[in-house]
Design a protein around this ligand. Structure first.
Ligand code: FES
Length: 524
């Protein structure tokens, strides 16, 4: 029995007050389905469902799913698991696992009303429960297998058998279950936002929200006066190096007064407060004034003469070249020449778990940072550089990652929580909401690619000339490396005698672009 808190959502009640962290938060806008739980047997998105409305109702979360079986625990399969959980493990339907509680509970409701669904009915039932790891075929197979088990009382069928001829191998041809799959189907798997530390503070970054300009004035006085605010830090408080980056240190930890804002996601200040709500209110009370500058929106514009230069060294991050053979000779040999210009868009990774970092100061002066990061050792280097510490003083405690796909290679909140935890000497959590995640982290490079191909009538390609423009956004991130791959792959997987490729990786005022599945090759 719990007293209602006005405005509290069911997901907050479950996660914060009951510590049932198997219910995940991906968007807080009833779009992704990660927060799905059952209320009186119906799947609902608990991130927008008022907790008070659940009064007197039966709620099933992923933690309690197995207990819905009679007799309990499961008479079939792995002890204590519901057939759906069992089937998700067996069929490899679990990847990062962040969406899995929502997938399983949505499937449970489907099988309750339709014990023998078709593939189309499964797909329709799951249309609002997103899996960004894109394990849909395995998820569908798992649901079909669970449905059969529940109808017949037989054990859950494993995926199609592998031919006996392959079984003589020790490893190849055998199905190996993901080691942490069981925790991921029961809700026991812990992601960074599921952690809570004694005395933990909550952080929020004040973002520039303009694409290009100079910061003229920053006033934190009203925010500082808000009860519950414990610390507010600005660029003046950065202890040592002012910038971070994966290849080039060109990304400011925070933009200071008089300095250049290069994209909407630039941080101007960071707040630590007793609650998330107070941190957000304080951030909104910080006032910033800018001297706005013309905006560079695409990489072709960025290379034109007379346009504003976003960085001191100019707008060109790197000119990447490939040279092979003699282009004039190659095109002279061709019977057919085709030339086209293509455009590929910016893409967001849209991992279902938004970025979260927790900094925990240790009594001996070291700092632990809990984060689901793709390159923990790079995080350590970058945090230590900014703090002015030996690397040994920083320990990155890698957590399960609810999807990354390249988008969790760059530092997001790691440095900010280290600074706030160091100043307050309390643990500090910085969790992005979906808007902040979309706004701030590096994307897939948008490109313009002109390709001219010469070929013989027998189909042999004899010459290929390409010119690429890559939008690396405000900061370098892995732009140089990604666009190098785009360039070296721009002639495709062919043996061509005469090749020339030129790529211009350009800074713009768009969000930075970096690693993303395929790493530049996708665009080419
Ligand atoms: Fe579905 Fe990762 S397993 S989002």
């Amino acid at each position: 029995t719990l007293d209602p808190i006005p405005g509290e959502t069911l997901s907050t009640l479950l996660r914060e007050r009951l510590r049932l962290t198997g219910t995940k938060i991906g968007c807080e806008e009833a779009e992704c389905g990660a927060c799905t739980v059952l209320v009186d047997g119906e799947p609902i998105m608990s991130c927008v469902y008022p907790a008070e409305r659940a009064d007197g109702k039966t709620i099933v979360t992923i933690e309690g799913l197995a207990s819905t079986l009679t007799p309990s625990p499961s008479p079939v399969g792995r002890g204590g698991l519901h057939p759906l959980q069992e089937a998700f493990v067996e069929h490899g339907a679990v990847q990062c696992g962040f969406c899995i509680p929502g997938q399983i509970l949505t499937s449970y409701a489907l099988l309750k009303r339709n014990p023998n669904p078709t593939s189309d009915e499964i797909r329709f039932a799951l249309k609002d429960t997103l899996c960004r790891c894109a394990g849909y075929p395995s998820i569908e197979n798992a649901i079909l297998a669970a449905a059969q088990s529940m109808r017949t009382g037989e054990p859950v069928q494993s995926p199609t058998h592998i031919p006996d001829s392959i079984h003589s191998h020790k490893t190849v041809g055998h199905i190996h279950l993901r080691p942490e799959a069981v925790e991921k189907v029961t809700g026991e798997a812990i992601f960074t936002d599921d952690l809570k530390f004694e005395g933990m503070l909550y952080a929020k970054a004040k973002r520039a929200m303009i694409p290009h300009g100079f910061l003229k004035k920053l006033d934190i006085s009203r925010a500082k006066a808000l009860p519950g605010v414990v610390a507010i830090l600005t660029a003046d408080d950065v202890p040592a190096e002012k910038t971070h980056g994966l290849v080039i240190y060109d990304w400011p930890v925070m933009v200071g007064v008089g300095e250049r804002v290069r994209y909407v996601g630039d941080a101007l200040a960071i707040v630590a407060a007793e609650s998330q709500e107070i941190a957000e209110q304080a951030s909104a009370l910080i006032e910033a004034e800018f001297d706005l500058q013309p905006v560079i929106t695409n990489p072709v514009q960025a290379r034109q003469e007379g346009v504003p230069q976003i960085h001191e060294k100019g707008n060109l991050l790197k000119h990447i070249k490939v040279r092979k053979g003699d282009m004039e000779k190659g095109f002279a040999e061709a019977d057919v020449i085709l030339e086209h210009t293509f455009h590929t868009p910016t893409t967001d990774h849209a991992f279902i778990e938004p970025e979260c970092s927790i900094g925990v100061p240790l009594p001996d002066g070291r700092m632990e940072i809990y984060v689901g990061s793709q390159i923990p050792y790079q995080d350590r280097i970058q945090v230590a550089r900014v703090m002015g510490w030996e690397e040994e003083r920083v320990r990155i405690v890698g957590q399960l990652m609810g999807g990354g796909f390249g988008g969790k290679e760059d530092v997001m909140g790691q440095i900010h929580v280290a600074m706030l935890a160091n100043v307050t000497q309390r643990p500090v959590k910085l969790l992005f909401d979906r808007h902040e995640s979309l706004l701030v982290h590096p994307k897939r490079h948008a490109t313009q690619i002109r390709i001219k191909i010469g070929a013989k009538k027998d189909g042999r390609i004899v010459a290929c000339e390409s010119e690429l423009y890559g939008d690396t956004g405000a900061y370098a991130s892995l732009g140089e490396k990604v666009m190098t791959r785009a360039t070296t792959h721009s002639a495709g997987p062919y043996d061509i005698e005469h090749v020339r490729a030129d790529c211009y990786a350009m800074y713009t005022n768009n969000p930075p672009a970096g690693a993303f599945r395929g790493f530049g090759v996708t665009q080419s």
